[in-house]
Ligand binder design. Structure first.
Ligand SMILES: NC(=O)c1ccc[n+]([C@@H]2O[C@H](COP(=O)([O-])OP(=O)(O)OC[C@H]3O[C@@H](n4cnc5c(N)ncnc54)[C@H](OP(=O)(O)O)[C@@H]3O)[C@@H](O)[C@H]2O)c1
Length: 239
């Protein structure tokens, strides 16, 4: 398949490499391909310049967000920074029409000025916006009424999402939520190709609220495990 990944960050790279390894034609979206390829310094997460990643993964095609979306034959993964995703995706709504968009972004606002900050090993815990009564997944769906949005992947490091057996021999749970049954089936098939055996359909897209709000619990568990910079664990729904 021709699959598009919108985003060049660390999480997006996990999907790009895995999808290429599975034999898909992978198209990657960035704001400005020339600027992305000109970068020589790691980003704030310490992720090396994208040019280095491309050199290790020949055959990956880098485009603008819009051209990358248009290149997909049906499946697109959103890895655009959560705070900027709605604006970036709205601008290319026509090129995403009719496609399935799997969104794993978290609507984090970094370094928030809050009354009761949560100190972490790297600074202040980011704030979620929207939260509780809305979610990023739902905002994206409202902005893209002709696209089938599925929220998934978001409860894990993406390196584990693409390689679930790296933790507990794969005996843990991944979630999907969305309003279109076929789109959720597509997302579930992709997860099975990644190696997931326990994919729990939470129901409608409104359940994205729960998945996104889990982000803080994910961090808290990582702290408890002494894994301060990106957790390497899974969660299992026992039933
Ligand atoms: N990394 C993980 O394992 C993981 C796990 C769960 C959830 N998440 C969430 O998933 C999202 C993506 O994470 P990630 O690690 O793949 O990448 P990221 O570093 O959070 O985001 C990088 C992407 O966001 C784009 N971007 C940044 N600012 C933008 C702006 N103002 N307008 C448009 N695009 C902008 C960048 O565009 P350029 O390509 O042009 O630089 C880049 O493609 C985040 O919300 C993150 O919290 C990540």
């Amino acid at each position: 398949m021709k699959i598009t990944v919108l985003g060049t960050g660390g999480g997006a790279r996990a999907h790009i490499a895995k999808l290429a390894g599975l034999g898909h034609e992978v198209h990657v979206g960035t704001r400005d391909p020339r600027a992305t390829l000109a970068r020589t310094e790691p980003d704030m997460m310490g992720t090396p310049p994208f040019k280095e990643f491309l050199a290790e993964h020949p055959g990956i095609q880098l485009h603008t967000f819009g051209d990358a979306a248009a290149a997909s034959d049906g499946l697109v993964i959103n890895g655009i920074d959560g705070h900027n995703a709605v604006a970036a995706l709205s601008a290319i709504a026509d090129r995403l029409a009719g496609k399935t968009l799997i969104d794993y972004a978290v609507p984090f606002i970094y370094n928030p000025d809050v009354e009761h900050p949560w100190p972490t090993p790297w600074g202040i815990m980011p704030k979620l916006e929207p939260v509780d009564t809305d979610s990023l997944g739902e905002r994206i769906q409202r902005a893209l009424p002709d696209t089938k949005v599925v929220k998934s992947f978001v409860t894990q490091e993406q390196t584990t999402v693409v390689d679930p057996k790296a933790v507990g021999d794969g005996d843990h749970t991944m979630f999907v939520a969305g309003d279109d049954a076929d789109a959720k089936r597509q997302a579930t098939e992709l997860l099975k190709a990644y190696g997931w055996t326990d994919v729990l359909d939470l129901g409608p897209l409104v359940c994205a609220r729960g998945m996104e709000m889990y982000a803080h619990m994910h961090s808290a568990i990582a702290f408890g495990l002494g894994q301060q910079f990106g957790g390497h664990f899974g969660i299992k729904v026992v039933r």
